[in-house]
Design a protein around this ligand. Structure first.
Ligand SMILES: Cc1cc2nc3c(=O)[nH]c(=O)nc-3n(C[C@H](O)[C@H](O)[C@H](O)COP(=O)(O)OP(=O)(O)OC[C@H]3O[C@@H](n4cnc5c(N)ncnc54)[C@H](O)[C@@H]3O)c2cc1C
Length: 355
């Protein structure tokens, strides 16, 4: 009997599942449909470089696979009806499914700060990043940029922007006592020192209380700036947050050990939308995607579900411009040129495997 697998989102999680399914021995009448708002896979882990102006957009696009068993449908998902097994789009008829994979990623979380959603720029989607690129690169010489959030993406954006626009005054506002809070002390000191040497200001223990056009309020004190970029938190896609199921504080959906919704065993959630015991990352979305593909294949073949091992991640790599970087692999902290080269290598391998 025909089985229709509908995948919402062709990012790191969704695309990994598609790749694994197409490479496997799929039952004969299985049809896959991918719905995405973009006509290509976007390399989101590099959006900081697109925003800074050091990477061209074309290099951050990867074509979706071409296969007679896969239909790619472009469109904006507006809601999911778990009772009717239907997905609704902004334009076009609702799409029914036998199996659903929700891989819609995340969006910025503004923590209720008034004005933050209106008056700051984002690097969460490609269209938003394009706008951020324009805004940052149109700033008058020696203008002021505020980056709210000193996590991985804020740090990567600030350092890349420093190399792209040496004239700008760049400040990172972070609410912790140090940027990159969960990382080892040695790494935090190295990155802070890099910013010190490269003239990027760090404001610790910041509390952004309000944002107005070109004004950032830190502890209620106004600071005039030319542009503000928000990298201070994420939450699951609003489509996922609207589902009538259990969610965590980031709006990510609680799942069974086999990554499906407890009450809907034919609905899987992957990546930034899934509540997992790790911080969201592309690496996590891919590792979880591998497991979901295994489970789904067993379901399609009528076999018992596999025993899934705990997901183990390889580590984290970050960049400080094009020449320096940092990383943590197990207990080892990497600083300087080696982690930067490794990061470029990981990206190259990823693109290579996607053809
Ligand atoms: C600047 C930056 C740097 C990062 N660096 C790293 C890193 O070094 N390492 C790492 O592991 N992770 C990194 N991450 C995190 C990583 O990018 C995400 O965790 C990862 O993209 C999650 O994959 P996903 O499949 O859940 O979602 P995404 O990859 O975001 O894919 C979601 C897909 O859904 C589509 N979509 C969303 N909503 C709709 C809709 N309503 N209708 C139709 N289509 C829709 C999107 O177009 C997209 O294709 C970084 C993130 C940022 C922003």
């Amino acid at each position: 009997m025909d089985k229709h697998i509908l995948i919402l989102g062709g990012g790191y999680g969704g695309l990994r599942i598609i790749q694994r399914l197409l490479a496997a021995n799929l039952p004969r009448y299985t049809q896959l449909t991918l719905i995405d708002r973009m006509p290509y896979h976007g390399l989101k882990t590099e959006y900081y470089a697109l925003a800074a102006g050091t990477e061209s957009e074309a290099k951050l696009r990867v074509a979706f696979p071409e296969d007679p068993r896969l239909k790619v449908q472009l469109g904006e998902v507006t809601s999911i009806d778990l009772e009717q097994n239907m997905v609704h789009l902004l334009d076009g008829d609702p799409i029914p499914y036998d199996y659903l994979i929700i891989a819609l990623g995340c969006e910025d979380k503004y923590h209720g700060v008034p004005g933050a959603d209106q008056y700051t720029h984002s690097i969460q989607t490609m269209p938003q990043t394009r706008e951020t690129y324009q805004a940052l690169n149109n700033i008058k010489p020696y203008g002021q940029v505020a980056i709210v959030g000193g996590g991985l993406s804020g740090v990567e954006l600030a350092s890349e922007l420093r190399e792209s626009r040496p004239d700008l005054n760049i400040t990172i506002y972070d609410r912790g006592e140090s940027i990159l809070n969960p990382f080892p002390e040695k790494l935090k000191r190295y990155v802070s020192q890099w910013f010190h040497e490269n003239d990027v200001d760090l404001v610790h223990k910041a509390n952004i209380t309000k944002v107005e056009p070109q004004i950032l309020f830190n502890h209620d004190q106004p600071i005039e700036v030319d542009e503000i970029v928000w990298t201070a938190g994420i939450q699951a896609s609003r489509i996922v947050q609207a589902l009538p199921v259990e969610k965590d504080s980031m709006g990510r959906v609680a799942l069974s050990p086999h990554h499906y919704l407890e009450d809907y065993p034919h609905v899987f959630v992957v990546g930034d939308c899934a509540s997992l015991p790790h911080a969201p990352s592309a690496q996590l979305a891919e590792a979880q995607g591998d497991q979901i593909a295994q489970v789904l294949l067993n379901m399609l073949h009528g076999e018992p579900l596999p025993q899934l091992p705990k997901i183990k991640l390889k580590g984290v790599l970050g960049s400080l411009g094009k020449k320096h970087g940092f990383g943590v692999m197990g207990d080892t902290t990497l600083l300087g040129r080696v982690p930067r080269v490794l990061k470029s290598g990981v990206l190259w391998m990823y693109k290579y495997h996607l053809g």
